[in-house]
Design a protein around this ligand. Structure first.
Ligand code: F0G
Length: 354
């Protein structure tokens, strides 16, 4: 029997890491590619979900954190810092704990999901809540890393994208080639940049014969890549992608342009409807931001894009259990069936008939 070794050991030859970098791993990556009967039916395409919520801390961030933290250990760093809408901080804290580094986290006050906050705290991070948004937190994290002995592990750290590009490798390894189209949510824009790097590298190596069109989706209230202007006050219920001035802006635009893809914005209602339908129809529960690719694909299908016969991958980036509050806020009315403790009462409430 063979255990998946984590993305560094599985793909080390293809990662640009310093010679001799150790592997600080929680066995991230190797996530399922699950066929979506629902989305395949809606589009006439063959639609696959890359379920990144199955990573050790419940999001795709673990792919880039194994590489960033391993490189930090190799460099002899003692402490690491990140700005986060929640998932990066949860992941950084876990990998820092494993490596024996001190994790320092900056998050926008009141705007991160409870599950993510719990993770950062349980993994021993020092959490600082900033009166400001993610973009302010990133500015501070950069400033701290320049003036103090603490290494920045946001996706501006190049080792992050090295790890995250392995998701593309896995997709091609499983499908036998790159898909025609790739859908995913976009916030700080590291992930779409990393996927594009991974697809291009595999094509250059002859492991894929084509490149997918990259379709990135933002929330209407935080859609700088759609409008071309930063959002000074980003707002969306999909708090993970509540980012107004993405750090990897240029790389993301390059990915969209070179691939013949592009960006579009979705309303919070569209995103939350996609989240609920994916959970109810396919059995895959993702956090709100993670459903942006799903909602975007539905939007394209309904707008009459020719998707029939294509192979499409949709990355769902984080687990639904990260943010139960938003799920219950939207759909809590579905759980108010309270009855006395007897079979007849339960049967009546359920509308069952003998
Ligand atoms: N989906 C989820 C669940 C995320 O947490 C993020 C980013 C994204 C999508 C967007 O990815 O930033 O690479 O474009 N979360 C960051 C964080 C900002 O701090 O956890 P991106």
């Amino acid at each position: 029997t063979h255990q998946w070794l984590g993305v560094i050991e599985e793909y080390r030859d293809l990662l640009d890491l310093p010679e001799g970098t150790p592997a600080v791993t929680l066995r991230e990556g190797g996530t399922p590619l699950v066929e979506s009967g629902w989305l395949s039916g809606e589009t006439g395409a063959s639609v696959w979900l890359k379920v990144e919520g199955d990573n050790p801390t419940g999001s795709f961030k673990d792919r880039g954190m194994t590489t960033a933290i391993s490189a930090a250990v190799h460099e002899g760093q003692q402490a690491v810092v990140c700005a986060s809408t929640g998932n990066t901080s949860a992941s950084m804290a876990a990998y820092a704990a494993k490596a024996g580094l001190k994790p320092l986290v900056l998050v926008p006050e009141g705007k991160i999901a409870a599950g993510k906050m719990a993770q950062a705290i349980m993994h021993g991070a020092q959490v600082i809540m900033v009166r400001g948004n993610f973009d302010d937190c990133l500015t501070i994290a950069r400033g701290l890393s320049e003036a103090y002995p603490v290494a920045l592990v946001n996706s501006v750290n190049p080792y992050r994208l090295q790890g995250q590009k392995t998701a593309s490798f896995e997709i091609v390894d499983l499908l036998g080639d790159a898909p025609d189209l790739h859908y995913l949510p976009v916030g700080n824009a590291g992930n779409i940049s990393a996927y594009w790097m991974g697809y291009r590298e595999y094509a250059d190596l002859g492991r894929a014969t084509r490149l997918p069109r990259m379709r990135g989706f933002q929330a209407e209230g935080a859609a700088p890549l759609v409008t071309g202007e930063p959002f000074p006050e980003p707002e969306t219920k999909a708090t993970a992608i509540r980012v107004g001035n993405p750090a990897s802006w240029k790389l993301a635009v390059t990915a969209a342009e070179e691939s013949g893809g592009g960006f579009a914005a979705l309303s919070d209602d569209e995103i939350l409807a996609g989240q609920r339908e994916l959970a109810a129809r396919d059995g895959v529960f993702v956090e709100p931001a993670s459903a942006a690719g799903v909602a975007g694909l539905l939007r394209d299908a309904r707008a009459g894009e020719s998707l029939a016969g294509r192979t499409i991958v949709v990355t769902v980036t984080g687990h639904g259990l990260k943010d139960t509050a938003t799920a219950l806020e939207g759909f809590g009315h579905l759980v108010d069936n309270i009855v006395d403790a007897e079979v007849g009462a339960a049967a009546a409430a359920a509308g069952l008939r003998a």
